[in-house]
Design a protein around this ligand. Structure first.
Ligand code: PEP
Length: 253
């Protein structure tokens, strides 16, 4: 049985006061008996505050990106050990905005994934095809290539300590969601690729869906057998929406 997860990627949104209001509304909305993991990913400057604020509670904290290097002359960058030091437990690597806007290619994403694992944090590996790739029926080969870059560098066993998020790029921030059946097909494909190398790791691997998940569509998506929760962007900025998504995950499978 895989424990569902709901992860809220705040992207470049928030302020001290807005974060405080959002987190306190969220804490009030979540039920302690819900058998799910809930993680928020604030911008780096707010990570330490959020981790302190949430310490000992139900919500965990993660970072949206990381430097692949361990430390040194890399102006503007933040290492995995620094993220751990301020209380992060999870780190997103390979988000499509990083891949598209900041040229994080498969090789760099694989190095970031390895850097996160090295310090004992949990990477959340984002993969997904663009609209052009989707329309050209290349989804399976694109996600396989993105996954393989990581398994080649870190080994399939590394997925015992990792989470995968399938995020079709055409569904992120567009209001256009993959259908539950589309998401299920890709998730099942990813799980079978991992299972070909290690069936036990595949069985336990949590694969989240991301791309315009909202309170109104979460239950249908999460009812799919290989969808283990969601990586949520826009809707994670509303305590109400995010709480509805968490409620859907709590009863999903
Ligand atoms: C995301 O940022 O990873 C994402 C899925 O965004 P949204 O939910 O807004 O589509």
């Amino acid at each position: 049985m895989r424990r569902p997860m709901v992860a809220g990627n705040w992207k470049m949104h928030g302020s001290r006061s807005a974060n405080e209001a959002l987190l306190s509304d969220l804490e009030q909305g979540l039920k302690p008996e819900w058998p799910i993991d809930v993680v928020v990913f604030p911008p780096n400057v707010y990570l330490a505050d959020a981790a302190r604020r949430l310490d000992g509670g139900q919500i965990r904290v993660g970072a949206q990106d990381v430097c692949a290097e361990a430390g040194g002359a890399f102006t503007g960058q933040v290492s995995a050990s620094m993220l751990k030091d301020v209380g992060c437990q999870y780190v997103i690597v390979g988000h499509s905005e990083r891949r598209r806007l900041y040229h994080d290619d498969d090789a760099l994403v694989a190095r970031k994934f390895a850097a996160v694992l090295r310090v004992g944090l949990t990477p959340v590996l984002c993969i997904g095809e663009t609209l052009e790739e989707h329309e050209a029926h290349l989804t399976e080969s694109v996600v396989a290539r993105q996954l393989e870059a990581v398994t080649t560098m870190s080994g399939v066993a590394s997925f015992a300590q990792a989470i995968v998020a399938y995020e079709p790029v055409w569904a992120i921030g567009t209001g256009r969601t993959a259908s539950p059946q589309q998401a299920q097909a890709v998730h099942a494909h990813l799980r079978s690729r991992i299972a070909a190398q290690d069936a036990n790791i595949a069985r336990h691997l949590r694969i989240l869906y991301g791309g315009s998940v909202k309170g109104g569509n979460a239950a249908e998506l999460f009812s799919m057998p290989d969808v283990d929760g969601g990586l949520v962007g826009g809707a994670s900025l509303s305590a109400d929406e995010f709480q509805q998504i968490c409620a859907a995950a709590a009863v999903c499978h």
